[in-house]
Structure formats: structure tokens, C-alpha cells
Design a binder for this molecule. Structure first.
Ligand SMILES: Nc1ncnc2c1ncn2[C@@H]1O[C@H](COP(=O)(O)OP(=O)(O)OP(=O)(O)O)[C@@H](O)[C@H]1O
Ligand SMILES: [Mg+2]
Length: 280
């Protein structure tokens, strides 16, 4: 696939945004589990057209922070705004608002085909789950055909052309991760959040994932990505936020964070993360 733009959708053609503006603004986000403060007063602003990296040793609170941003958790305190709206802690409303994510532990429908998995992502933008699907009238059939076509385009976009008929559970690990990205893109997000998108991938797959994320950014989306692979992060990201034990240790450009001795110490200084590449 050589195009830089996501395949246009029937509902809303994608286009490059002019200028940079704040998309996601998280302020003072704190998440406690009993006595444990997993995320401690963390701020993050993501602008349109940016790729932001979220790094930190195992257990630093990265996934918990994602869960707070995407409505899976209601933060103990703090707020999350997206496109100037206060987000309710409801995953479906967060998706409808324009944020989509993938999961550290892949969450596909294993017994559905790759194409069907992507179609499921699309249903939040159609009325097919409503009365039309019960009546199965012409509007339902038209929407179903559009959903199928769009899902097929997205599979091609992520490099999985011709694999739509395979059951998700039979796909190699790297393809399952790509499929999760296609499903997230099917919701027509403005902001994509990726939790360890290259975990378990070989170096060639990692390079392809990097190229895919650049293309997604170039199509007009903002991306936030959690990864332990530092080469991947510093090559990809405009800005990087490093969390340690739930708190912001450093935030800055990739170059600033890469050379910050506190970041190096957070990884190398921890006996549990000698190579910083644990993908638990
Ligand atoms: N649902 C939960 N209930 C209780 N504690 C939790 C829960 N989810 C996460 N934690 C704890 O919160 C802390 C942060 O976990 P989190 O999964 O966010 O870390 P992470 O930075 O994503 O780590 P990793 O790099 O290993 O994925 C850990 O101590 C974890 O055990
Ligand atoms: Mg995690």
C-alpha cells in the first residue's frame, strides 16, 4: 500500500488538519488501587498530528494511565478532556468522541475472521446494531456492504490484504497486533492509543509497524504509543513522557528524554529491567 491517507470513509472523508491544536488534555490524573497509587498526578497534552511516546519501567503506570484516558477506569481524581469536551469514563462514549486504542494483551474476537473483527470496530459509526439490523431492510444491507468494504480497505492499509477470511486466533502474533490497529482505525478516530504495539514482533515486523504508525500520523491522526523498545520510541515520537512509579519523571522532545540521565537510571538502575525490553 503506497498511499499516505487512510482510505476515505463514506461518513467522513479523512483530511490533513491545518495547524496544531490541543486534542487531548489530561490534568492531574491520579488512579489509586487501595493503598497503591498507580498513576500519581500525571498531566499530558497531545496535539493534532503528534506522535507522543509513553515510557517507563514495568509497573510504572502506563497501561493504567491509558485506561484512565480511554474510560476503562474512572480516575480517582483529575480530568480528561478531548476536543474541548470533558470525557465521561465510558469506553463507548470515548470511542464515539474520537479516541481508539489497542491493548497490551491483545483483545480480538478469536473465533471471528479478521474482516469481522474490523467490521465490529465500524459498528460504532453505523446504525446497524439498532432497529435496522433487526428488520434487515435495504438500509441495513447498504450499511453492511459499506462496513465490509471499509473493513477490507483497512486490512489492506495495515498490510493484511487477502487475510480477511482467516480466523483471528489463527493469525501470527504480528498480524494480530496489526488487526487490532485496523479495528481501532475502523472507528474513525482522531487519536489512536497503542499499548505496546510491537511486543512480540521480530525486527522486520517492528519496522513495518513503525512505518504504519508514521502513515497513520501523516493521514491526520494523533498517536500516543507505549513501548519498551527505546530505539522504536525515540525514532518515532515527537515528544516522550517517562513515568516511574506512577509519577512523571521527565517529559520533553525525544532527544531531550533520550539523553536525560534520570531516564537512563530509571531503566538501567532497576534490577528488574536490565535491558528495558520486558514485554509483560
Ligand atoms: N486493576 C488493578 N488493580 C490493582 N492494581 C493494579 C491494577 N492494574 C494495575 N495495577 C497495579 O498498578 C501498577 C501499574 O500497573 P500498569 O499495568 O499500569 O503498569 P505498566 O507501566 O503498564 O507496566 P508494564 O510495562 O509491565 O505493562 C502496578 O503496580 C500494577 O500491579
Ligand atoms: Mg502496561
Amino acid at each position: 500500500m503506497t498511499t499516505d491517507s487512510l482510505p476515505p470513509t463514506p461518513a467522513a472523508p479523512s483530511g490533513h488538519e491545518v495547524g496544531k491544536r490541543e486534542m487531548l488534555v489530561a490534568r492531574n490524573v491520579t488512579m489509586r488501587f487501595g493503598g497503591l497509587v498507580a498513576v500519581d498526578d500525571v498531566d499530558l497534552t497531545v496535539h493534532s498530528g503528534e506522535i507522543v511516546g509513553l515510557i517507563g519501567p514495568n509497573g510504572a503506570g502506563k497501561t493504567t494511565f491509558f485506561n484512565c484516558l480511554t474510560g476503562l477506569y474512572k480516575p480517582t481524581s483529575g480530568e480528561v478532556r478531548f476536543a474541548d469536551q470533558l470525557l465521561p469514563p465510558k469506553p463507548r462514549q470515548v470511542v464515539v468522541a474520537g479516541m481508539a486504542r489497542t491493548f497490551q494483551n491483545i483483545r480480538l474476537f478469536p473465533n471471528m475472521t479478521a474482516l469481522e473483527n474490523v467490521m465490529v470496530g465500524r459498528y460504532c459509526r453505523t446504525s446497524s446494531m439498532a432497529l435496522t439490523s433487526i428488520l434487515r431492510g435495504p438500509k441495513y444491507r447498504q450499511e453492511e456492504a459499506q462496513t465490509r468494504e471499509r473493513a477490507s480497505e483497512l486490512l489492506e492499509y495495515v498490510g493484511m490484504k487477502g487475510q480477511g477470511g482467516h480466523l483471528a486466533r489463527n493469525l501470527p502474533y504480528g498480524d494480530q497486533r496489526r488487526l487490532e490497529i485496523a479495528r481501532a482505525l475502523a472507528t474513525d478516530p482522531k487519536l489512536l492509543l497503542l499499548d505496546e504495539p510491537t511486543a512480540g514482533m521480530n525486527p522486520q515486523e517492528t519496522r513495518q509497524a513503525e512505518e504504519l504508525i508514521f502513515r497513520i500520523r501523516d493521514s491526520g491522526l494523533a498517536v500516543v504509543v507505549i513501548e519498551h523498545d527505546m530505539r522504536f520510541i525515540f525514532n518515532l515520537c515527537d515528544r516522550v513522557l517517562c513515568l516511574v512509579r506512577g509519577k512523571t519523571l521527565v517529559e520533553g522532545t525525544a532527544a531531550q528524554v533520550q539523553s536525560d540521565p534520570r531516564v537512563i537510571e530509571a531503566y538501567i538502575g532497576s534490577p528488574d529491567s536490565e535491558d528495558g525490553a520486558d514485554d509483560a
